[in-house]
Design a protein around this ligand. Structure first.
Ligand code: FMN
Length: 183
């Protein structure tokens, strides 16, 4: 299967409506324009939300770094990504008898309405991004993935068009060029 993909990096974009999105739309388009990573628009592939587990497992098998890109919704991801986790990370494949994801990297890429200063103890949202993203980190840990620092675009209403362009370039560079962790 891996011969079918030329890229090491798989970016799973989980945005329920990329057409009306500003941030994730631009980030996704930049990745697609460069063509250096495999972009998988989850809501476009599964408008009926019926996930093809075999196809998704094959995609994961074929890539070394898995990026989960999504807008922060209620301190987590949009629901289809949770459904994806529940369906795809099967016992005997991802854990307890299978270790298909072991040694692969997990990178989260998130846009959030709240600004960075709101995400701290005493701030508007009380907790840090690192604290709120623990379920993703714990899942990575459970299946033997290496959790890498996320790329976060925060305070999206204050992000100017110029800043968004810089984010698009920096994000594409990050997912593509972040040196692989040595374990
Ligand atoms: C259902 C819903 C829940 C949201 N929850 C949060 C949240 O918990 N924290 C936050 O900072 N922003 C939250 N937001 C704002 C989104 O993160 C923001 O609209 C999104 O990142 C913008 O990206 P886009 O331009 O790609 O749509 C929420 C938005 C929606 C629609």
């Amino acid at each position: 299967m891996s011969d079918n993909y030329q890229n090491d990096v798989l970016v799973i974009v989980a945005h329920p409506d990329l057409q009306t999105s500003r941030i994730n739309k631009r980030l996704t388009e930049e990745l697609e324009r460069r063509g250096a990573v495999t972009v998988h628009r989850l809501y476009d592939v599964y408008p009926d939300e019926k996930i093809d587990v075999v196809q998704e497992q094959a995609l994961l098998d074929a890539h070394k770094r898995i990026v989960l890109q999504f807008p922060f919704y209620w301190y987590s991801s949009p629901s289809l990504l949770k459904k994806y986790f529940d369906a795809v990370l099967q016992r005997g494949w991802a854990y307890n008898g299978g270790n298909h994801l072991k040694g692969k990297e997990l990178v989260l890429a998130i846009s959030s309405g709240g600004s960075e200063s709101m995400y701290q103890a005493g701030g508007f949202h009380h907790f840090t991004y690192s604290e709120l993203l623990r379920p993703f980190q714990a899942t990575a840990n459970r299946v033997g993935m290496i959790y890498r620092p996320p790329y976060i675009v925060s305070g999206i209403r204050e992000v100017t068009d110029e800043q968004l362009e810089r984010h698009a370039a920096a994000y594409a560079d990050y997912v593509q060029n972040l040196p692989y962790a040595t374990v």
